[in-house]
Design a protein around this ligand. Sequence first.
Ligand code: TRP
Length: 361
Amino acid sequence: MGKIILTGDRPTGKLHVGHYVGSLRRRVELQNSGEYEKIFIMIADAQALTDNADNPEKVRQNVIEVALDYLACGLDPAKSTLLIQSQIPQLCELSFYYMNLVTVSRLQRNPTVKAEIQMRNFEASIPVGFFCYPISQAADITAFKATTVPVGEDQMPMIEQTKEIVHKFNSVYGETLVDPKILLPEQEACLRLPGIDGKAKMSKSLGNCIYLSEEPEDIKKKVMSMYTDPDHIRVQDPGKIEGNTVFTYLDAFSCPEHFERYLPEYANLDELKDHYRRGGLGDVKVKRFLNEVLQETLEPIRNRRKEFQKDIPYVYDVLKEGSRQAREVAEQTLQEVRDAMKINYFDDLDLIREQAEKYQA
Ligand code: TRP
């Protein structure tokens, strides 16, 4: 059997450069590698509603924003199936059966859920749906028989939870579900790109993101305001690379060709870092270079996005057709699950005959 990818995002905001280096760039490469039999990219609106139940309009608006960002980055509907989670009701039924295979205490131990509960001040009143979203994510992954789930490291506990459900299901009901593997980003800098303020994670609420749809002047403004080494005050001072956001971004985005084009005095990033460490290299020069690199990277994405923005009905058609195909695949898996769980009463002729014979004698 061929390899199958499933991954996705919650539609709670436009996608930013953290999403790009953490996942989108890789997805497009995987899509174009020809190594995968099928690729499913899910806009996880139902999961977004687990902690935005009172704000459905936000989720609704961002479904199209995320779809535009996907297409802008080069996800191609002819090669990847783009779908909206809520349009696949089979996922709910799978989740309901998987709930029997997971304990409350196991969910409470999930580090990602724990962190999110803290972040949202849910402590005393956790919505049940939110609490169970790792189970619903296991349904997302298994419904499409995904072998490979490309996600950031923060999703590791979700994949572990999924694997546990798969093992449990298969051992109780017989070999049915596919055991997925996580595929982490390749570069360390990409595991988690910090916000422009140097804070751990880019997030809309912190206002520290650079969006994929950002206009050139705004990209420049944000780059020039980036957090660097606070002790690097005069140009001649030695500077630190670790925790220096500008260098973290260069790790994630720059390549030797960028140096040739915009900063030919240096052959590569290592030379630039060495100079910064020694002293004598100012932040502004490094920021100007990063600005060039980001402008070059984001321009084609922004331009493609603008083209798709001119034909919004087409984008909804793509999602509708992708969701239709996804339903077919999920329905097939659900049939197999029902068979394995012996809740296929009307399709099982043996069952009907057996029961009839029992009462004949
Ligand atoms: N939890 C993921 C996120 O927050 C989104 C998601 C939902 C997902 N279902 C998935 C990711 C299935 C990978 C596989 O970004």
